[in-house]
Every structure is written in C-alpha cells, then in structure tokens.
Design a protein around this ligand. Structure first.
Ligand SMILES: [Zn+2]
Length: 373
C-alpha cells in the first residue's frame, strides 16, 4: 500500500485491495487446472506450486483486518518472503495464460517425426524441443516469444512437407485398393474351384486382411497442419511408407494360383466327361483355359458350371480325393540317394492306401487324386 495521509485515501486503497483479492481468488481454480494440464502434458513437475495455496488463503480475506492477519500468519511479517511468493504466483498465472499455446506446441513437436534425410528440420525441431521447458518459462515468460517464432518457422517448413506426404501416401493406398478390387473375382474363383477338390492354395483371408489395411483417410486434401503436426483423421506420421510390394506380391500369387487352377481343371475335364456334356456347356470353358485368358476364365466359370461339372464327374463315376503332399514331404524331407527307392515305395503306398479308402464300399468308382499342399 502506498503511504496515504488522508483517511479517505486509506479507505480507497483498502477497497481496491479487496477487489483485487476477490478477482485473484476467482482466477485460482482455472490457474490451478491449467497448470495441472501443463504439468501432465509436458511430463514435468512444477516447483513452488505451494505458493498458490498461500495466496489463496490470503485472498480469502473479506476485509482489511482479515488480510493483515492472514499475511502475518503465513509470512510472519516477512515482507521479502511475501513479495517473493507474490512474484512466483504472478509468473504461475502468466504461465497458465499460455497453457493452450504451450500444449499445442508441445504435442505438435512430439508428434512430428522427421525423416532422417531432413537433418536441418530435425535440428530445428530438437532446438524447439529443448526450449519447451516449463521451469524456464516460469522463470521468464518472455522467453516464450522467441520460441514461438522458431515454432512458426518450423511449421512453415514442416506443414507442406507433411501435406504432400499425406497426399502421396493415400494416392498409393487408393491404387493398391483398386488393384485388390480388380482381383476380387479371381480370389473367389480359386475358392470356388476348390469345391472340385483341386487343392489350390487360396489367399482369401490374406486378401481381406490386406484390403482392410488399405483404408483411405477420408479427410479432404490438403489436410490441416496448423494445430496438429499429424492428420487428426488417420494419425499418419511423416516417416510411414506405403509398402507397394505387399499388394503386388499378393496379386502375383493370386494370378499364379489361378493359372495353376486352370491347368488342374483342364486335367480334370477328361474325354469321358466332355462326351457326357451333350449341351456343350464346357466348350467355352475349355477354350478359355486353352487361351490362358484368366480374366475371361473368371467370368466363364460360374457356380452353375461348377455344379454341372460335378454332376458330369458323378455320372462318369469319378471321385476326386485330396492327398496332402506336404505331410509326406515333411516325413521324407531329406533323402539320400541310396534311399530313393524306399521313399518312392512309401509314397506309392500312401497313394494306394488313399485310393483303397476312397473305394471302400464303392468298388466301381474311379478315383482321381488331387495332390496338393
Ligand atoms: Zn489422414
């Protein structure tokens, strides 16, 4: 308080003091909450928070006498200590006022992962990260101005880089989806062909798993990077790369398996079956297999054609059974030249045993073996 000579002056000063105590008291809950959020956002404990409690007690005063009593009780008339705590409190309030700015900067910098080749940008990020220290802002909030400038400069360089990355990444994902969509029919056809016991490796689960992963972000391009360094929709980082090979190799595998299926089907449709096909329903299928046109093949081999083929096989009294080759290969994984005959014999026995089992009770049946994995 200033030295006042007139009693009205003293009263005026007391009134003003009480008003300022009340407005400070009203501010404290928000300040405390902001500081708590800052502390957890930065993972830093703030020192000297206890001074808020002391100031809060003093601000609870409803009149000048209460105020004086609280100061005496808490600071024991130590004016230096009182002034110091008021100073710290002021700094805490200043820090709390900047909570949103500080937290935005912190999460922006934390989420921005800079690729190795952008050494310059990484350096500027490290510089800002080091400067983002609550204690140093608490000691001197004016330090924040320089950090803000650095941060804006960082954003100016980082932002477009990220937006381009996001765009390119999803352009590749879109292409991958298109590629996968274009082989959906082939994947289904392979599964359907296996109802004819063709023992083909089907990649259906792998296909749908990959398709699920090729998800688009959905946010319009360019994505905003003003308050968040990664897209809020998909949280893609700047170092994530789209793996083109994954989809390409699945496409290749499906193509190969379909070709394998076409060849196996050609073996299955034997002369006796074709002779029974009076309506020549299989003619186009055989032509397509011969031409090797897999896209056409997928269209021609309908479910009803598969049923027709099964019916004809039935009429020919042919039954196809599956025999797993991999089980056998596991048992005889390595064969010395002296033992070749032994292995051949064992394999012959496996096949004959399967045929015998399949013929049990149906001696007229012609058994066809589909060897597979
Ligand atoms: Zn996104």
């Amino acid at each position: 308080m200033k030295i006042a000579t007139r009693p009205e002056g003293i009263l005026e000063q007391q009134k003003r003091l009480l008003l300022s105590l009340r407005s400070t008291r009203e501010k404290i809950p928000q300040v405390t909450m902001n500081l708590k959020t800052l502390s957890s956002g930065f993972g830093q404990k703030l020192a000297r928070l206890e001074c808020i409690e002391k100031i809060e007690k003093i601000c609870a005063a409803e009149n000048y006498a209460d105020f004086y009593e609280a100061v005496v009780e808490i600071f024991e008339l130590d004016a230096v200590a009182f002034r110091a705590d008021v100073g710290v409190f002021r700094n805490l309030v200043n820090l709390s006022d900047q909570a949103t700015v500080l937290l935005t900067m912190k999460s922006y910098i934390d989420d921005a992962i800079i690729p190795e080749e952008k050494a310059d940008l990484a350096k500027s990020e490290d510089f800002i990260r080091d400067k983002l220290d609550l204690e140093s802002f608490l000691a001197d909030i004016s330090e924040l101005e320089e950090v803000k400038k650095q941060f804006e400069e960082f954003k100016r360089r980082y932002g477009p880089l990220y937006q381009i990355h996001h765009r390119d990444y999803y352009a590749k994902v879109r292409k991958a989806r298109e590629q996968l969509n274009s082989i959906a029919g082939k994947v289904d056809t392979i599964v359907n062909m296996n109802t004819l016991n063709l023992n083909l490796p089907a990649s259906k689960a792998e296909y749908y798993e990959l398709l699920a992963r090729m998800k688009e972000c959905g946010l319009p391009d360019p994505v905003p990077v003003d308050t968040s360094s990664i897209c809020r929709g998909c949280r893609l980082t700047l170092i994530e790369k789209h793996d083109v090979n994954e989809v390409n190799s699945l496409v290749k595998k499906v193509d190969e398996n379909l070709k394998l299926g076409m060849n196996r089907l050609a073996d299955v449709v034997t002369r006796p079956i074709l002779d029974l096909d009076k309506e020549k329903k299989l003619e186009e299928l055989m032509k397509t297999i011969k031409s090797g046109d897999s896209t056409r093949f997928v269209k021609v081999l309908t479910n009803s054609l598969i049923e027709h083929l099964m019916k004809l096989s039935e009429e020919c009294n042919i039954e196809t059974i599956r025999v797993s080759f991999s089980k056998f290969a596991k048992k005889y994984a390595i064969v010395e030249e002296d033992h070749v005959e032994e292995v051949v014999k064992a394999f012959r026995e496996v096949l004959l045993k399967e045929v015998e089992n399949a013929k049990r009770g149906k001696p007229d049946r012609k058994i066809r073996i589909a060897l597979g994995e």
